[in-house]
Design a protein around this ligand. Structure first.
Ligand SMILES: Nc1ncnc2c1ncn2[C@@H]1O[C@H](COP(=O)(O)OP(=O)(O)OP(=O)(O)O)[C@@H](O)[C@H]1O
Length: 362
């Protein structure tokens, strides 16, 4: 079984601690995506798994074997970089064959693997070309093909699509999803800034911030049940609206008083001892709808309307000065600046976090 186990993995550059003790179990064949703000340590962690960065502390196991001191070439890992890193003077074929030649594979085996990888990535007709005669998307497919040829146990991707334009990103993302299906036993770990890539490709997403894991879970689990305020704001776009609140009625369902005085009841249980405590109330822009009765969550004035066709984004002022509530309505709405509106949401879709940012949901 080619799983990965990270036990209290730490990284420091001199006196600067970058990763503070990462614990993570990855099963064979899983597609794991690392996300987090710039500088949180995603790439460093990936490079440590690859063996390109030394491990300062903790233990890393691949397939049950401690690999802390195993060099990259002996870890059974292949990595695809944002920059493709192809040899410019070599043809596509030779780029894909290179690693196997170095490893001393037979010509026949090399040929078989190169052609199979080229076939699965629709590169067969480009095998004699140099990288400069390829588009960015084709180059990245060659880099992926080269990695496939090495028949890795673990496949690492460091923002592989970020140099591609929007249409190519989508096409190559779908290519990677297909590859993941074909290579069902190969563990894949993928770093990205792109929420759509994370949500669509991952079996599980690892959310990192400032060198710590905030939450690990299936994409929709993170979306529906964020463990804390950080994950709540990080997953989903536009981000979840957060409104300061006070717990006024704890119980199986909790009533809170929002800044501005509105009382709202959520499907979240709280202990009696929470009464009077400060909390953060959360609602996603897409979970808000125009209220049609007296039952509403908040009221305010439209300050900006962004009509995108498929959705309309409204920025509503009135609760926290300078922090408009964002509402995402499906389709086109005839709404104008200055209009006063009320919005409602289902109780089950509302979130509540305590003063230290942890969710009240069990
Ligand atoms: N060689 C180095 N020496 C000192 N600090 C470093 C070194 N490499 C990375 N760092 C620091 O480690 C932290 C994590 O960097 P890393 O590249 O892993 O972040 P990241 O989450 O991948 O960011 P991004 O999304 O911007 O690529 C950053 O604060 C960075 O400045």
């Amino acid at each position: 079984m080619t799983g990965l186990t990270l036990k209290d993995i730490r990284k420091s550059y001199g006196s600067v601690d970058v990763l503070h003790g990462i614990d993570l179990d990855i099963k064979q064949g899983e597609f794991i995506v690392f996300v987090g703000p710039s500088g949180c340590g995603k790439s460093t962690l990936l490079r440590m798994i690859a063996g390109l960065e030394a491990i300062t502390g903790g233990e890393m196991y691949i397939d049950g074997q401690l690999v802390n001191d195993v060099p990259p070439s002996k870890r059974g890992i292949a990595m695809v970089f944002q920059s493709y890193a192809l040899y410019p003077h070599m043809t596509v074929y030779d780029n894909m064959a290179f690693g196997m030649k170095i490893a001393g594979e037979s010509k026949q085996e090399i040929d078989r693997r190169v052609r199979a990888a080229a076939e699965s990535l629709q590169l067969s007709k480009y095998l004699d070309r140099l990288p400069k005669a390829l588009s960015g998307g084709q180059r990245q497919r060659v880099a992926i093909g080269r990695a496939i040829c090495r028949d890795p146990k673990v496949f690492l991707f460091d923002e592989p699509l970020s140099n591609l334009d929007a249409a190519l990103r989508v096409a190559t993302r779908i290519e990677i999803a297909r590859l993941n299906e074909q290579m069902a036993d190969t563990t894949m770990i993928y770093v990205t800034h792109d929420q759509v890539e994370a949500m669509t490709l991952a079996d599980r997403i690892v959310v990192l911030s400032a060198g710590n894991i905030e939450q690990v879970g299936a994409p929709l689990e993170l979306y529906e049940r964020p463990a804390n305020l950080f994950v709540a704001k990080f997953i989903g776009s536009p981000a979840m609206n957060i409104i300061p609140a006070t717990i006024s009625g704890p119980g199986n369902q909790t009533t809170v008083t929002l800044t501005g005085g509105m009382s709202v009841t959520l499907d979240v249980a709280t202990e009696a001892s929470e009464k009077g405590k400060q909390a953060s109330f959360g609602v996603r822009p897409e979970d808000l709808r125009i209220a049609d009765g007296a039952d509403y969550v908040f009221e305010g004035e439209v300050s900006i309307v962004e009509a995108l066709g498929e959705v309309t984004l409204l920025y509503i002022e009135g609760l926290v000065p300078g922090e408009p509530i964002v509402v995402k309505l499906p389709g086109i709405y005839d709404v104008h600046k200055g209009q006063r509106m009320r919005f409602a949401a289902d109780r089950q879709k509302l979130h509540l976090f305590d003063a230290s940012g942890h969710t009240y949901r069990k």
